[in-house]
Design a protein around this ligand. Sequence first.
Ligand code: ADP
Ligand code: MG
Length: 249
Amino acid sequence: MGILEVKDVNKRFGGLQALGNVNLSIQENICHAIIGPNGAGKSTLLNCLVGKLIPDTGSVMFDGQSVLGRTPFEINQMGISRVFQTPEIFGDLTVMENMMIPLFARRDGSFKLHAYESVESEKELREQAEEMLREVNMADKRNMHSAAMSRGDKRRLEMAMCLVQKPKLLLLDEPTAGMARADTNNTIDLLKQIKDERDITIAIIEHDMHVVFSLADRITVLAQGTPLVEDTPEKIKGHPKVREAYLGE
Ligand code: ADP
Ligand code: MG
């Protein structure tokens, strides 16, 4: 049994079958990449895992519990954090203020500081945020307005906002899209470090094969809404069906 078990998931948008009988098992404490051409249904699948979309049929089990019928917030509280395809940070807030949001939201979603007074003081939460910012090398940017940051830094902040929640499963939708090479390499290093140091499962959707082959222990290739093959990176590299469907050969 994997930490995440997707069984016979189907999702239609009108006449378009975005996902067709998706079966996927993600094992605990590994990095599992999902690759495939544009429009293959990768983001749709991720949305079905976090409650943003509801599959038409099938089941999604996380850590032995169904995620279906739960709100995105409830699923987040079960231990799933997600980095979206487009950065979702608050540009008007500073880096530190952004970091405090997931920490405030963690327990009851009220976003009210006083709700924590008896549990954890704001100071303790700030220390957790500081520590996380140091881990992602952004401590010196704590007072910067988030809107003014580079795309790479926005992504890094978003990842830090997810990681500070100490998720069991981190879902990343094209975390390096639009990044300069140096930022991409920093992201690879950060994810490698997190993988080594924490009990965390990472599921990553990624276009950049350098990123995929640097991080993934398993790879699923999705094509036209259905998993085509799943294997180790070595086997995937040489797979003729993958070359045909994904690399367009
Ligand atoms: P990927 O992330 O692999 O590029 P998506 O999951 O975004 O693919 O999209 C899969 C297919 O579903 C595409 O054909 C896309 O146009 C379609 N699609 C995605 N979201 C919606 C939506 N909300 N409404 C209608 N069609 C959608
Ligand atoms: Mg997508």
